[in-house]
Ligand binder design. Sequence first.
Ligand code: AR6
Length: 177
Amino acid sequence: MAGRIRLYLGDLTEQAVDAIVNAANASLLGGGGVDGAIHRRGGPAILEACRQIRRTRWPEGLPTGEAVITIAGQLTAGFVIHTVGPIYGEHGGKEAQLLANCYRNALLLANQHALASIAFPAISTGVYGYPANEAAEIVSQTLQESLQRDTSISEVRLVFFAQHDLDTFLQHQKFTG
Ligand code: AR6
């Protein structure tokens, strides 16, 4: 299980994988952080695909913890899976569950599209204020659980922007076996 998970230091938008995951917001119309970088480097086709999803499936915006998939425009990755992480302290104690849902739903979507590799940023740990140590426990447990099920995914990359964030993840992860 944990053998399929690799930690990377660098820029998510440069990952050559079947799908990268965007730490988006409910609007799906872009923002700062990873979201901004993805739309900047991927070009306007991604935004148009997001607008289409808003019009047809989620007129009120994508709920926290849900995930949707679009084309990846000019990015190296094949697809972008957009998910909305919880804003720390604003979900009445449901933050951990919602963060887990982001990872779980992104992996389910990847499996539905028969994708083999996927790269995640550290969802919610930037602007949304989720403490990186708490996120590490949830993310490692959720990934391990999800990969125990039958899935097309053979490689999960966790991409950290700073060495300190990667170190924090290593210190607090709960992988077993
Ligand atoms: N590659 C990898 N990691 C990155 C990159 C990158 N290019 N850029 C930032 N990070 P954030 P959130 C790291 O704020 O907390 C946006 O405005 C960053 O250092 O991007 O889920 C959205 O539109 C941090 O560790 O996402 C939403 O409004 C992690 O990615 C809101 O921010 C997540 O930081 C979402 O906030």
